[in-house]
Structure formats: C-alpha cells, structure tokens
Design a protein around this ligand. Structure first.
Ligand code: SF4
Ligand code: SF4
Length: 117
C-alpha cells in the first residue's frame, strides 16, 4: 500500500509499478518522447496515442497522465500499449534514481488523476 510519498519513494521494498504509475504522469505535454522507431512500433495506434509539438512527437496526455495509462477495478495501474511502449518507458528502470525521482515528484497526483476503467 502507498503511504507517505517520501517514504514510499525511498522504500525499494515496496516498488510495484502497478501500485505506482508515477512515471506515466506529468503536467508536461513533452514528458514522454516518441521517436521515429517508437512511432513505427505503435503502428495503427500511433495517431491516436501521440501528439506532435513542432516537429517532435510525444505520447498524448489525458489530464495529467499518459493516454495509455489505465487503472483496473482494483486501482492497479497498467499500460494499454505495454508491448508497444516507447523506449523512454522501457529505459526507466524500476528502483533506479530516476524512478525514485518520478515517485517523489508525482506519486501523490496518481491517486486522483487516473480514473478506473
Ligand atoms: S518505474 Fe518506478 S516510477 Fe515508474 S511505475 Fe515503476 S516504480 Fe513507479
Ligand atoms: S506509454 Fe505506457 S508506460 Fe509509457 S508513459 Fe504511457 S502508460 Fe506509461
């Protein structure tokens, strides 16, 4: 269970991506970069899941979470495009300093911004 954000961010024993979802949340439209290879991998989903800002492509945000971010009836997070997700998502290693920074900065907002669907 998630408790205090700071404690949860620092406690490597409780890291469970489906309980977390922090790195799939952002206020920045440019948070999840989609490269040309990523776009090709998304295939027929690319147009609906991405947005171009200038000549750069990103995962589209829905509110303050990636449009591909989901929650099941138990409140667990998922990715509707997990097998096709961009490299930047694949490269973020659970438990790394980058992961902990995401949790520290964003964990609280995940409680309210992703509807269960
Ligand atoms: S990689 Fe880290 S920040 Fe992302 S969902 Fe997993 S535990 Fe959370
Ligand atoms: S593509 Fe999937 S893993 Fe990447 S930010 Fe969006 S929901 Fe998260």
């Amino acid at each position: 269970m998630r408790g205090d954000c700071y404690a949860a961010a620092m406690d490597s024993d409780v890291l469970d991506c489906q309980e977390c979802g922090a790195c799939c949340h952002s206020d920045l439209a440019s948070s999840v970069r989609v490269t040309g290879d990523d776009y090709a991998r998304l295939g027929d989903l690319a147009e609906s899941l991405t947005v171009f800002i200038g000549n750069r492509c990103y995962m589209r945000l829905l509110g303050t979470h990636c449009v591909a971010n989901t929650r099941d009836v138990d409140g667990r997070f998922g990715c509707s495009s997990y097998d096709r997700r961009p490299d930047v998502c694949r490269d973020l290693e659970r438990g790394s300093s980058a992961c902990r920074a995401e949790r520290f900065n964003k964990l609280a907002r995940t409680l309210v911004t992703t509807p269960i669907r």
